[in-house]
Each structure stands twice: as structure tokens, then as C-alpha cells.
Design a protein around this ligand. Sequence first.
Ligand code: FES
Length: 127
Amino acid sequence: MSSLSSSDGNDDRAPAHAVSLIAIDGIPEGGFAEIEAEVDGVAESIVLYREGAQVRAWLNVCPHAGRRLDWAPGQFLKSRDGALVCAAHGASFETGDGVCIAGPCRGERLRAVAVTVRGDAVLLGEA
Ligand code: FES
């Protein structure tokens, strides 16, 4: 779990009131990280996935039975073909759009969280 900090407003590139979630280097290339942040006023666990300079994020909640996707905080399973695999019952999710492609909730999707990469930081919200 990483800490949550507000922007100090010194970064001209950051949107006003942007919340910095994590440094992009804190997410392994082609891998996942977990952070906690407020989304719509509710404290949530969020899974972040990085591909180069692109980061996608979803709530760390499986649509099958509402369990966390990680087997331990921040420890996610990835299949050989690159899908995010829920540790509870094995549902597999595309890392592009968060759709379940195999397992007990096939066709459902993870709830996306809007994030923006600005410099070295991953910020909560749209650009
Ligand atoms: S809770 Fe994720 S597959 Fe069942």
C-alpha cells in the first residue's frame, strides 16, 4: 500500500487539485501495483497496470464475488497471455479494457478509474 498525497501546486503540468497516486516507476513495466485512494469520496483499493508510459487503473474489486484481485496486498497474478487473473476463483481480465475473458464472470468488466500520467507521476482523474 502506498501513501496518498495531494499535489503541492508547484507542477505547472498537473491539473488543479490533482492527486498524485504513485510515481510511474513504482509500477513495473507490464506489471501491476496497488494503491489506496479516495474515489468519489470513498476509500478504495486500486490496481494500476503499466505499459510503457501508459497506465490503466481499475478498482481492486472482482465483479464475480466482490473479492480483491490480489492474493496479498499489491501481489497480482498475470497469465501467460498477459491477462490479470483474480486470485480468488481465477477470472481473467484483459489489461486493455478490463473485460473478463475467462472464468466465472466472463463478459463482465472491472470498474475503470481515470488516471493521467504527468511527468513521473500518475494522477487521479482525467487529463
Ligand atoms: S471473486 Fe474473482 S473470480 Fe471469484
